[in-house]
Design a protein around this ligand. Structure first.
Ligand SMILES: [Zn+2]
Length: 266
């Protein structure tokens, strides 16, 4: 008995000494983030990036129509139209957020457009009381009800894609009148969904697409996820096994890009 107790103690000590993850380079939330924004890590192992990417870029918890287990993203210019609602300050802030994505994601060819009819991403800023009506206007009553029944959303995004994985249209609904935490969390979380990171990863300590976390800014980790999705080697329609072969190379280049980028200049 005594020997067994000693062995058990040694095993526990070894487990305690192994960190839960290897991410490093912790730093405070960036200047300009909302008041309660959490700190972030800036360096990750290839395994941490790879596991998160495979979890976020495949599948979705919101399903209408056929099931897809392939990469879905835009492969043409993204033309984002903002439908202003709520107050002007939120509209200006979201314009800045959209600009941040355009500037920081190397191959996301995105710009804001004034003309709704030419847009392939439509972002609606709305007060909470108008949420269902706005969804109904966009999708029709039956589909709007089905969305609400499936996910009971606070904010929401739908991404329509072709069978070949090429995205054709995203509709994003962001609540603006329930405080900074809801607004900033929704703005970044839903915009990542709109560009093709359709899934959540509730075991992931770094992404805003973990539904148990609130981030509310474009973290280094999420920027890495979206940069990988728009890497020219990762194409719409690819399967997870195809992507697994490319990821080590894409991640290697990503480290270089992220370190050269303005956010990691310090
Ligand atoms: Zn989500």
């Amino acid at each position: 008995m005594r020997v067994q107790r000693i062995s058990l103690a040694i095993i526990l000590a070894v487990i305690a000494a192994v960190p839960a993850f290897a991410a490093s380079g912790k730093r405070p939330a960036p200047t300009g983030a909302w008041a309660g924004a959490p700190a972030e890590y800036t360096r990750f192992t290839a395994a941490e990036l790879s596991r998160g990417f495979l979890a976020l870029a495949f599948g979705s918890d919101l399903r209408l129509g056929t099931k897809s287990n392939n990469i879905r993203r835009f492969d043409t210019a993204v033309r984002l139209h903002l439908v202003a609602g709520g107050n002007d300050a939120r509209t200006q802030t979201y314009r800045r957020i959209a600009g941040e994505f355009a500037q920081k994601i190397p191959n996301l060819n995105m710009r804001l457009v004034d003309d709704l009819s030419s847009a392939n991403v439509v972002v609606r800023l709305i007060d909470e009381k108008d949420f269902f009506a706005a969804m109904e206007a966009a999708y029709g009553r039956e589909t709007a009800r089905s969305f609400v029944a499936q996910t009971d959303p606070q904010c929401m995004t739908s991404l329509k894609s072709q069978a070949d994985g090429k995205a054709v249209r995203a509709d994003v609904f962001i609540i603006v009148d329930q405080g900074d935490e809801v607004f900033f969390d929704c703005a970044y979380h839903e915009t990542l969904h709109a560009f093709g990171l359709s899934n959540h990863d509730d075991r992931n300590a770094w992404t805003t697409l973990n539904q148990k976390r609130t981030v509310g800014y474009l973290s280094v980790y999420d920027r890495a996820m979206l940069t990988l999705l728009y890497d020219p080697r990762i194409q719409p329609g690819m399967t997870a096994s195809q992507v697994r072969r490319i990821l080590p190379h894409a991640i290697k280049d990503l480290h270089l890009d992220l370190r050269l980028g303005p956010r990691l200049a310090d």
